[in-house]
Write a protein that binds this ligand. Structure first.
Ligand code: KG4
Ligand code: ZN
Length: 356
């Protein structure tokens, strides 16, 4: 039987330095041979957010070691790899450049094909790493930098149905955490705090909930959290604010996903799959609310495993594998693409003056 392709993925678009080796099994499922990742929480903690130059320096220091570790853990020789896939965008230019250049150098030295990967496409395909995933599907991508509903028609074909007009959902979690006095990573800690609080204590706004289709907005919510955060003193009140924020997000996502499902069905009459991906997809309460909604709508809900929701290189290798099978290789002068939307036709919908 013909040997199945083995792909090395490299990811450095933000604050995780990651390398992974995957191989397709004979039945089409995926074997993750290694998945190494180094987070930079400690580096950026005191600044309350990612500092691009510090992040890039840390990527440059670690990428070689992380990749060697991935090769070692896979039990393979580096020469067994059939192609190198690296994230080319979107993300922080200084960070992307490190992984992209490293990936190109490995490809050149091994004389193997190089594949430039869109980080968002990595998230979009991440559920494929542990389950079968057929097209078309409705995708809710919720991460630190993006929040969008997309209709995924087939590999490489995306139609955006809705997007955030201001903050990304992960960003809203992180900012709320900061206002409550919780350090990075904010999202998972808000989720923990919320378990001890009263979700009905504070009444928070749900921006554009009755207009704008399945577009999203979180900036007004952040302003409301800011105001309340100035008045709270006790740990109990912090738990209550976290719980109220978590509940408001669940309600927003429930309502907006219901609208997105309707719009998706206009494009795909028999479509019935809903994928949630990106760092925020690790939030168990959000998962539960969306699973329940899918049950009501007769949709199948699909999530990546918890450890592959956040940034990782296995999802980059996954896109690399799909592109390898289609022989979609890139030249070694492929540029960094800090802005690289999945749906190139979709209008830019951010900032003041956006009319919905
Ligand atoms: O996908 P990701 O790792 O990076 C980007 O591509 O942006 O997403 C990171 C985001 C952060 O904002 C983080 O706070 C959020 O995902 N996040 C969560 C949870 N785990 C990570 N938000 C809410 N609940 C979680 N359990
Ligand atoms: Zn990401």
């Amino acid at each position: 039987m013909k040997k199945k392709p083995i792909i090395l993925g490299i990811e450095t678009s933000c604050d995780e330095t990651a390398a992974s080796i995957i191989q397709e099994n004979d039945d089409g499922s995926i074997k993750i041979l290694s998945n190494t990742i180094s987070s930079q929480f400690d580096i950026h903690k005191e600044f309350g957010g990612v500092v691009p130059e510090l992040a890039a320096r840390s990527h440059a220091e670690k990428i070689d070691l992380i990749t060697k570790k991935a090769v070692l853990e896979s039990g393979l020789k580096i020469n067994n790899i059939d192609a190198i896939a690296a994230t080319a965008g979107p993300g922080l230019v200084v960070c992307l450049s490190v992984g992209l250049n490293f990936g190109k150098a490995v490809a050149a030295s091994l004389k193997k094909p190089f594949i430039a990967v869109n980080h968002l496409e990595g998230h979009a395909l991440s559920p494929k790493l542990n389950s079968k995933l057929d097209y078309p599907y409705l995708l809710l991508l919720i991460s630190g930098g993006h929040s969008q509903f997309l209709s995924v028609e087939k590999f490489g074909k995306y139609k955006r149905l809705g997007t955030t007009i201001d903050d990304a959902l992960g960003e809203a979690f992180d900012k709320t955490a900061k206002l409550i006095g919780i350090d990075l990573p904010g999202g998972p800690k808000i989720e923990k705090y919320a378990k001890f609080g009263n979700p009905n204590k504070f009444n928070l706004p749900k921006p554009i909930i009755n207009r704008g289709g399945c577009n999203l907005s979180f900036a007004g919510l952040k302003t409301a959290v800011l105001k309340i955060s100035k008045t709270i003193r006790t740990k109990k009140e912090k738990f209550d604010l976290a719980a109220s924020f978590q509940k408001t997000i669940e309600e927003i996502l429930y309502i907006k996903t219901k609208i997105a499902i309707k719009e998706f069905k206009k494009l795909n009459k028999y479509g019935n799959r809903f994928v949630v991906a990106g760092g925020v997809a690790a939030n168990e309460r959000i998962r539960k609310v969306l699973i329940d909604l899918c049950y009501e709508e007769n949709f199948k809900s699909i999530f990546p495993p918890l450890n592959l929701c956040g940034d990782n290189a296995a999802m980059i290798a996954m896109v690399g594998l799909e592109k390898f099978k289609l022989k979609q290789f890139n030249d070694l002068d492929h540029p960094v693409k800090p802005r690289w939307p999945l749906d190139k036709q979709a209008a830019f919908l951010k900032g003041a003056g956006v009319q919905l």
